[in-house]
Design a protein around this ligand. Structure first.
Ligand SMILES: [Mn+2]
Length: 340
């Protein structure tokens, strides 16, 4: 991945002098890449002498609770919203990591929009960013934002600036966003980065186990239930699978944030399925997750039919009608989309 040297120079100028008030934010329902990137980047900025506040719009999944410094992450949603909004209002620089639409921050968007004085810097790998940032590191070819963070740190401060804790955070991002190094954009540079992280002393078996083997019993039973509920259809010879889970069903399995993470990938393990969807009912809307294989573009699909977007093979969106209507809309949309 090539990062524009001019942009690195610009970033360096923005980060001099030290002791600036910096806010690092990432997206709603933060995943391993969001949290890992934000923690590593915040740690670097702190080492550079800045006053850093790392914020997530809502709670990160419990299987990331073990991460070093995760307790320093502020959670906007809840009792501290006012105080965090104040910190955002006073920031000199705001870094937006692993998302590009401010609207994706839901309740926190207003607090970010309200600070019109701060310079905003984007570090992200999702498609089609709006050009509203003062500095943009937008690299859809990067397998994760964490890999982008790694590359920027290397360019800005050298590998030696990476501590073991930062290496661990970066690795969590690389690992989770690539499906344990099995999705696309797995470049030689990515594996060179992994080699450096291992040199920093991270334990891959430990991280792997901490993230993937730490689920609750309810989560594993919910997965079994969800797979049993899965529906499949075939459109123009393309296999499509989907799962819809209502709030009442989630409650039966003591659902916690993060429990459904990864469910949408399972239907793609079926030989003939090239597109998978999951519909998760929340208080205000149905969260739509989409995955695909090969050339089937779910980013475009999410944009066109579900007010969302993301990557070619992994995207998300929202639906504001009932589960039944959402599924009917999905089935009709798939027919239209795949017949073109
Ligand atoms: Mn990501």
């Amino acid at each position: 991945m090539i990062i524009d040297a001019d942009k690195i120079a610009q970033l360096r100028r923005m980060l001099t002098p030290g002791a600036q008030r910096i806010v690092v934010v990432t997206h709603t329902n933060p995943d391993g890449d969001a949290v890992g990137s934000a923690l590593a980047w915040s740690a670097l900025l702190e080492r550079m002498g800045h006053r850093v506040t790392c914020v997530v719009p809502n709670k990160y999944p419990y299987f990331l609770d073990w991460m070093s410094n995760i307790s320093s992450m502020r959670i906007f949603k809840g009792e501290h919203a006012g105080e965090i909004a104040q910190t955002i209002a006073e920031a000199d620089l705001i870094f937006c990591l692993d998302f590009n639409m401010i609207a994706r921050l839901e309740g926190m968007s207003e607090a970010i929009e309200a600070n019109v004085r701060a310079k905003r810097i984007l570090i992200d790998h999702h498609l089609d960013p709006p050009h509203i940032y003062d500095l943009e590191f937008s690299h859809p070819e990067s397998s994760s934002t964490a890999f982008l963070i790694y590359t920027i740190i290397k360019e800005l401060a050298g590998e030696e600036a990476i501590t073991r804790e930062m290496a661990e955070s970066i690795y969590v991002g690389l690992m989770t966003d690539t499906g344990n190094f099995s999705f696309s954009n797995l470049t030689p540079d990515l594996f060179r980065a992994v080699a450096v992280l291992v040199e920093k002393g991270i334990s891959i078996p430990y991280i792997n186990s901490a993230v993937y083997n730490s689920f609750t019993e309810g989560r594993v039973r919910l997965l079994g239930y969800a797979i049993n509920k899965m529906q499949t259809l075939s459109v123009e010879g393309v296999g499509v699978a989907y799962i819809g889970l209502k709030e009442s069903e989630l409650r039966r399995f003591q659902f916690q944030v993060g429990d459904s993470e990864g469910f949408v990938n399972y239907p793609l393990t079926i030989r003939d399925v090239s597109m998978s969807a999951m519909f998760l009912e929340t208080k205000h809307f149905i969260r739509v997750s989409l995955r695909s294989r090969g050339d089937l573009d779910v980013n475009l699909f999410a944009r066109r039919y579900f007010e969302g977007g993301g990557h070619k093979n992994a995207a998300g969106g929202k639906s504001f009608v009932s589960m039944e209507q959402t599924i009917a809309h999905f089935r009709a949309s798939v027919e239209e989309y795949l017949k073109k």
